[in-house]
Design a protein. Structure first.
Length: 293
């Protein structure tokens, strides 16, 4: 039998529809193979430090992804910058990247960074979206924890009452009780009287009229400092010393302590002991008079 005599059946319309559906279905499956990965190299920072998010969009399919676009609404309240000329940031936080066409296996990458402050403490959640004109959108998320310090300060006097001819001391204690590092800590103490000296000596402190200012530096979580001050003052009276502590990533905190300097037996606090002091003390003890100062 000759080949020309063989009668070949005509392709059925149903078979053609099945083949077409398979081809179209295969193309639709390939269009979904766009992969988005969101990363951070700074998962945990202290307030005042920089944070970085990176976005990687890759064509993991078998055909070219066209008009690839990445969008990302970044955490607010910070000034973000990006490192890819295909990208821009509008209104301080809306990232858009136009990566054009990505052949199979090709990637588009962008990193964004910002410097945090005391208002950014907590978790920075962020989600990036990648899309193409022939691919379904894909998303991925990453988070960064911003830890803030918590500064506490206490001012203490060596004695509630001191004598004019004896030393009087002040101790200022400060500590970072928070989970983040306190950056650039400073201490200012308003000194009410006398010529104070540091005891023991401490670097970074400068005396000016009525005040000592100390540059403490960074305080890690749980770290503290103590500053000792001592003076010999012959000036009687009641006084208050105020300590203020600040940091570049923390609001100022303060504490104060009051103390008195007076002579033994001096009932009126004028640094002189005379007969009126004796009468005042007797009046207080036995006649419910005004107390000695």
């Amino acid at each position: 039998m000759r080949e020309s005599d063989v009668v070949r059946p005509a392709a059925s319309p149903f078979l053609l529809l099945v083949i077409a559906a398979l081809v179209v279905g295969r193309g639709a499956f390939a269009q979904t193979l766009l992969q988005v990965t969101k990363l951070t190299s700074t998962p945990v920072v202290s307030a005042g430090e920089a944070v970085i998010f990176s976005v990687i969009v890759q064509n993991v399919g078998a055909i070219t992804a066209t008009d690839v676009l990445v969008t990302d609404t970044l955490p607010g309240g910070m000034t973000w910058t990006e490192n890819n000329s295909a990208c821009s940031i509008s209104l301080a936080r809306f990232l858009t990247c136009n990566f054009g066409n990505l052949p199979p296996g090709a990637v588009g990458v962008v990193a964004v960074s910002a410097v945090t402050d005391r208002n950014d403490c907590g978790t920075l959640d962020n989600t990036a979206t990648g899309s193409a004109s022939n691919a379904a959108s894909q998303q991925d998320s990453a988070s960064i924890t911003v830890n803030c310090p918590s500064l506490v300060v206490g001012a203490f006097a060596s004695a509630a009452v001191s004598r004019p001819d004896s030393a009087h001391g002040l101790t200022i204690a400060l500590r970072n009780t928070g989970p983040g590092t306190a950056k650039g800590v400073t201490l200012d103490v308003a000194l009410p009287i006398g010529n104070y000296t540091l005891s023991p000596p401490m670097s970074g402190c400068v005396f000016t009229t009525g005040k000592v200012s100390c540059s403490v530096g960074d305080l890690d979580p749980g770290e503290g400092r103590a500053v000792g001050l001592v003076t010999f003052s012959g000036q009687c009276g009641t006084y208050t010393a105020t300590a203020d502590v600040g940091a570049s990533n923390h609001d100022d905190v303060s504490d104060e302590v009051s103390f008195a300097i007076r002579q033994a037996g001096d009932a009126d606090g004028n640094c002189d002991v005379h007969v009126q002091d004796v009468f005042r003390l007797i009046n207080f003890l036995f006649a419910a008079g005004a107390p000695p100062v």
